[in-house]
Write a protein that binds this ligand. Structure first.
Ligand code: PLP
Length: 348
């Protein structure tokens, strides 16, 4: 069965918008084709011109640095745009469903609701791993168009067993989206290797976390060529601004520095785990990400008291299976020490 059969009919049949920069590629002396201003006022090079709709330079760098095939990669205005695109391309509003695996990233639910897509749920096991049998059962029962697997998972921090992901994706006749926003902090295998063997697998990455570009909004989606081409027609034509493309390229050309930063973060993660283990009332989940999920008595009160001391963490105690949990991002050594001191003082 072609993956096109999983898509909304109107999307498959879409006659995509062609922008000026699509019709003429290459370089010329005089551009009078896009109704741009002939000058700029803020001395930001080329900011008076529309950006490259293909984000070609960024995608070339992604291929060279991260091995994402150019022809199968699109970049979006954050992962947000790409998650929303998945719903818009595959799910008929008011009719189709998505399978989510709580506790997980909140954005999936929000974009499902915005697109009027029914949410089914296949909770993770008590140790926050994929419950293979339950998930296969839910796929069979609900026949969702989309399944989102977040690995390493937010807010729990653990990665999922790769072979289980592979088996679930093989059994899933819908689309399996694997969100690897925190992949750089883990030592797991990437779903990138599944894309060639399974045309229904979609990989999401982002430059917001390890690559330190949250402010620039750059998400990455790798998929089979068939899915890629359709996502391409549906995305906003100029979805990455020129400044975003410029900083993305810059970061990718500085991959060595980024990797040093990731090593620092992983060391700090181990340091915080060791420090928190000296607090008898706190238990910390093993993390493959740049944050820790820590359980403690009266977590909400601890959260409020941390705010009073000027330290902001995330209260996650309302998420399924995360009662009394705080999600703490790994910061610099200085920030981490301030957080630890405050926590030690609050917990006595
Ligand atoms: C932070 C995060 C993202 C990244 O979102 P952007 O829109 O790219 O900043 C994606 N998925 C998960 C699970 C995250 O935690």
């Amino acid at each position: 069965m072609s993956v096109k059969n999983l898509m909304r009919r109107n999307i498959v049949e879409l006659d995509p918008y062609r922008c000026a920069r699509d019709e003429f590629e290459g370089s010329a002396e005089v551009y009078l084709d896009a109704n741009e201003s002939w000058r700029d006022y803020i001395e930001e090079k080329n900011i008076n011109r529309y950006p490259d709709p293909h984000s070609s330079m960024v995608r070339k760098a992604l291929e060279e640095v991260l091995g994402f095939p150019y022809e199968k990669t699109i970049v979006g205005n954050g992962s947000d745009e790409l998650i929303d695109l998945m719903f818009r391309v595959f799910c008929e509003p008011g009719k189709d469903s998505v399978l989510l695996l709580p506790p997980t990233y909140g954005a999936y639910k929000v974009f499902a609701s915005i697109n009027d897509v029914k949410i089914q749920s296949g909770p993770l096991s008590a140790d926050f791993q994929l419950d293979e049998e339950a998930i296969l059962g839910a796929l069979d029962e609900y026949k969702p168009k989309l399944l989102f697997i977040c690995s390493p998972n937010n807010p729990t921090g653990n990665k999922m067993d790769f072979e289980v992901i592979r088996r679930i994706a093989a059994a899933n006749s819908g689309i399996t989206v694997v969100d690897e926003a925190y992949y750089d902090f883990s030592d797991g295998e990437s779903a990138l290797s599944l894309i060639d063997e399974n045309e229904r697998v979609v990989l999401l990455r982002t430059l917001s976390k390890a690559w330190a570009l949250a402010g620039a909004r750059i998400g990455i989606c790798v998929s089979s060529k068939e899915i890629h081409d359709v996502l391409y027609n549906v995305k906003y034509p100029y979805n990455l601004s020129l400044p975003a493309q410029t900083v993305a390229l810059n970061a990718l050309l500085n991959a060595d520095k980024v990797r040093e930063g990731v090593i620092y973060t992983i060391k700090e993660r181990a340091f915080i785990v060791a420090e928190l283990s000296t607090l008898p009332s706190v238990s910390v989940l093993p993390s493959d990400a740049n944050f820790l999920l820590a359980r403690m008595p009266n977590a909400y009160e601890v959260y409020r008291k941390l705010i009073e001391k000027g330290i902001i963490v995330r209260f996650r105690g309302k998420e399924l299976g995360c009662e009394n949990c705080l999600r703490i991002t790994i910061g610099s050594r200085e920030e981490n020490l301030k957080m630890l001191d405050a926590l030690k003082e609050i917990l006595g």
